[in-house]
Design a protein around this ligand. Sequence first.
Ligand code: PLP
Length: 377
Amino acid sequence: MRVYLDHAATTPLLPEVKKEMIQIMEECYGNPSSIHHFGRQAKTHIETARKKIAQAFQVSIGEIFFTSGATEANNMVLIQSVETLGKNVILYSPIEHHCVLHTIQYLQKYKGVQAISLTVNERGEIDMDEAESLIHKYGDQAILVAMYANNEIGVIQDIQTLGVICKRNGTLFHSDTVQMIGKYPLEFEKLHLTFASGSAHKFFGPKGVGFVYINSQHPIHPFIHGGSQERNMRAGTENIYGIVGMASALEIAIKEMVARHAYVSELKNYFKERLQNELDDIVFNGSPNSLYNILSVSFPQSEKANLLVMNMDIAGICASSGSACSSGVEEDSHVLKAIGHNPKRKTIRFSLSHLNTYDEIDYTVEKLKSMTPASVG
Ligand code: PLP
C-alpha cells in the first residue's frame, strides 16, 4: 500500500485537468503573441483562464498576471515593492515560506532594506498588537508580508484585520495565499490586499505555473524583462497548457470546495483522535484556526522516532519531516523554531486531501504505532 499524505507539498494532477491540458497541447500550438489564427487561438485560451481566475477572487482581469509559480510571484512583489515603489521597511512573519524569507534577506543585504520580524505565539499566530504598532510606526514606508495559511503547521492568520490596519496606515500588504487557494473562498480586495500569490500544483493543477495579483492602484515594474507578454509585466512565451490547467483546477476546486472541506475535516479529526487515543505523549502543532487538511504531529524523542520519516517511507507512507538538515545536523524547521517547539521532539507534517480514504488513515495509524516508542493500550 502507498499512502500519499503530503498534499501541502504538492497535489496530483486531476484527470479532468490533464485531459483539458492534453487537448490544448494537441490542438493549440500557436504562440499567443502571433497575430494569425493560431496565435489568436492560444491567446483566447489564456484570456479565458485569466477571466476565470479573476472572477474566482473577485478582482479585475487586469490585476492577474501569470508566473512560473508562487516563488516567482513572491520574489516579484517583494523586489518590486522596494525597487518600484520605494518601500524601505519590510514587516514580515517569521514563519513565511523560504521563497519569501530568502528574498527579504537578499533585499536586506543588497538593497539596504530594514526587515523587521513580527512575533508569533506558540500556535504560530501573529501578535496583532505588535503588528498594529509597527504598521502605525512605519506607515507608507513599509510593506507588510504575512502568509494567509502556513504550509507546515497550517495556522491561518487574521488577514482581514491586518488588511484593515494596513489600509488605515497607508502600508502595502502582501499575502502568500498559496495554501488557502481552492480550500476557502478568497476575495483579495475585501481583504485589502495589495498583492497575493498562488500556485497551481497546490490545488490539483500542474506544476510550474502560478499567478500574482497586483492591485491596480499599486502598479509595479516587471520582474522579468523581454517581450510584451502579460501586458508588459512578465516577459516570456506563456505556459498555455499550465495556465489553462490552473484555471480548470481552480474551477473544480471551487465547485467541490464545500464537499472537500467537510470530508477532509472529518478525516483529519478521525486521524487526530486515533493518534491521541492510541499513541503516547504526542503533541499537535498549530492553532485551532488551522487549515483543515494539515496535521502537524510531534513525537517524543527516541531512536525509533529519529528514523520515522524513513520508516514511514519504507511502509509506503509519504509525509514531510518538520526538520531540515543544516550543516549535517537535523534541526527543527524555521517555523517550528519560531513557535518555540521542543527540538528534541520529532515532527511530521501530514497533509490530507479529498483523495485520501479512511482505510489509508487506519493503515497509517497502525504503522505509526509500531514505529513510535510507546503506544497506549
Ligand atoms: N508559498 C508557500 C506557502 C508554499 O507552500 C509554496 C510551495 O512549496 C510556495 C510558496 C512556492 O510555490 P511554487 O512551488 O509555485 O514556487
